[in-house]
Every structure is written in structure tokens, then in C-alpha cells.
Design a protein. Structure first.
Length: 320
């Protein structure tokens, strides 16, 4: 970008966030509005435009400096045509030309991409991936999304469906994932999976799970991954055991990734990344066990620069 600004939009199942981003990747203004993901296509579009209009209403002088809009939209989608195809969590859009509809209203170029691709590009441009040529980015939260950036560009594959790293299976006899496959890393190591694993441990050994039960007010089914993180920081052994099992699963997955594409850096973002950050050094060491690449330890494993605002930054990044 030159001295002008970009506008990034992050569309989720319950909200739309928008932000004005400068050429250094700083989010200078932001807005947030509710999203009715199960309403009509027009209602979904109205939420996006409301978030953008709220920014312009308060920052009218900046509107003239906006040179492009980038939208992190739910997939599956086609980044080449700007069409949102059939996202399972945002059912209001089916083969919806989101980019074209936004362009009609604001008369600037509009691009869309999925959140992990876009967030990965933002990390390359302004965050932890600066200075690296080939980057693998993973956002580990409720689910797991990934992005692959080669030479500063998102790798989309033949049809735009590449880099679904969260649905790489590491156990074909494993639990059924929401995507229909078994043993995907998402169903084994996401925040959702961590909470489920911890609840099973607490149910089997209530005495060992006392710290988690206290956080959950005595209700085993109320234990969450966030509570596991809290209990682990406090030294609880069952919580630490749960995270170490997750660490091993992610190490297997990252080892496969290194063997497949050998990136210059591995970047991990999302809520689970914060819990696993104290174990990043250990995960780097485990890579040597789970891949054949004898120089795997040379690949840095870094926390993402952008946190909750990665979608806004990602939207701005893809708009260039």
C-alpha cells in the first residue's frame, strides 16, 4: 500500500467486524455489529455494510483514503470470483456474489478470502512472518484453519480450496470430524477437542479434576478449553496432561507439514496458541521425532502477531 488506507472486514457466524488499516498494518479504527447468519442473503449483506458504514460515519475524512476493501468470509468460497459458496456456519449465503455486491455500494475494488489465508498473509506483511519467504500459518481456536503463503502470495490451489490443513487426518480410526472425515487434526486438537478431552478425564477421575471442577462450578460438562488453560497455569496436573496430549498431536501434524512443504517458518495463532505458547520450544523439539527432515529444528515456531483482530488485518492484507 502507499500512503492510503485499506479496509478489512471479518465476517463471523455472530458478528461482523470492520477496521481501517494503515500501510504498516496498524488498525486505526474499528467497528463491530451483530450478524444474522441464518437469515436472508440481504440481511447478511446488510450486516457487512452496517459495519463499514459505522466506520465511515465516525471517520468520514478517512473514507476518501480507502483504496480497497478486503473481506475475510466464511468458506467454502471462490477467491477468484468473490462468490461465497455454501458455508456451514453462515447459511444465509449460497453462491452469493459478496465481492460484487460490496463493490456496487462503495465503488472500490473488493476481494474476499477465507480467514486463515488472509490472516496468514497479514502475518507475512506486518507480523511474525515478516522477512520469511514461505510461511505456514495455523489458527487454532474453536476449529483449526490454515494458510500457506509462498513468496508473499496465498497458495489457493487449482480451485481456491487448498490449505484446508485443519482437515488433514492423522488417525483414520479417529473420531468423526464435522467435515465427514475421521481423525482430522481439528477434531483432535482444537479448543473444542481440548475441552472434550478434559471433560472425559474429569468424569473418569473427579479427584484429579478438582481444580477444573472448581472453575466449572462443579459441573463436568461445563469444563472448557479456556479453563484447562487457567488450571494449567495454576499447576494443575490433569490440565497439564490434557495440553501435553494436544501438544503431541499438533507436533505430529506439524511434522507432516514440514515434510510436505518445508516452510521457512511455522506461525500459530488463535486462542489455543496462547495456551500452548509455553510449550512451543518443546513442540519444536518434537518435530524432529515426527518428520524425516533432519533440519526441522531450524524452522522457527512462532506465535502470531495478530490476535482477535487477525480477520480485520487479514482483510486489509488481501485487499492489496
Amino acid at each position: 500500500m502507499d500512503a492510503k488506507l485499506a479496509l478489512g472486514v471479518d465476517v463471523g457466524g455472530t458478528k461482523v467486524a470492520a477496521g481501517i488499516v494503515d500501510r504498516e498494518g496498524n488498525i486505526v479504527k474499528s467497528s463491530r455489529v451483530p450478524m444474522n447468519a441464518s437469515g436472508s442473503a440481504e440481511e447478511g449483506l446488510a450486516a457487512v455494510t452496517a459495519a463499514i458504514d459505522a466506520l465511515f460515519a465516525e471517520n468520514g475524512a478517512m473514507q476518501a483514503q480507502i483504496q480497497a476493501i478486503g473481506v475475510c468470509a466464511p468458506g467454502p468460497l471462490d477467491p477468484n470470483t468473490g462468490v461465497v459458496i455454501n458455508p456451514p456456519n453462515v447459511t444465509c449465503w449460497r453462491n452469493f456474489p459478496l465481492a460484487a455486491e460490496i463493490m456496487k455500494r462503495y465503488d472500490v475494488p473488493v476481494k474476499i478470502d477465507n480467514d486463515a489465508n488472509a490472516a496468514g498473509l497479514a502475518e507475512v506483511l506486518w507480523g511474525a512472518g515478516r522477512g520469511y519467504r514461505n510461511v505456514f500459518y495455523a489458527c487454532i481456536g474453536t476449529g483449526i484453519g490454515t494458510g500457506i503463503i509462498f513468496d508473499g502470495k496465498i497458495y489457493h490451489g487449482r480451485t481456491g480450496a487448498a490449505a484446508e490443513g485443519g482437515h488433514v487426518s492423522i488417525d483414520y480410526n479417529g473420531p468423526l470430524c464435522g467435515c465427514g472425515k475421521r481423525g482430522c487434526i481439528e477434531v483432535l486438537a482444537s479448543g473444542t477437542a481440548i475441552g472434550k478431552r478434559a471433560r472425559a478425564k474429569v468424569a473418569s477421575h473427579p479427584a484429579r479434576g478438582a481444580a477444573l471442577l472448581e472453575l466449572a462450578r462443579g459441573k463436568t460438562d461445563a469444563v472448557t478449553s479456556e479453563m484447562v488453560g487457567q488450571a494449567c497455569l495454576a499447576g494443575d496436573e490433569l490440565a497439564r496432561e490434557s495440553l501435553r496430549e494436544t501438544l503431541e498431536l499438533i507436533s505430529v501434524w506439524l511434522g507432516n507439514t514440514v515434510d510436505l512443504i518445508e516452510p521457512d517458518v511455522l506461525i500459530i495463532g488463535g486462542g489455543v496458541a496462547a495456551m500452548l505458547a509455553p510449550f512451543f520450544g518443546e513442540m519444536s523439539e518434537r518435530l524432529a521425532v515426527w518428520c524425516v527432515n533432519s533440519r526441522a529444528r531450524e524452522i522457527p515456531l512462532l506465535p502470531a502477531y495478530y490476535g482477535a483482530n487477525s480477520g480485520i488485518a487479514g482483510g486489509a492484507a488481501i485487499s492489496q
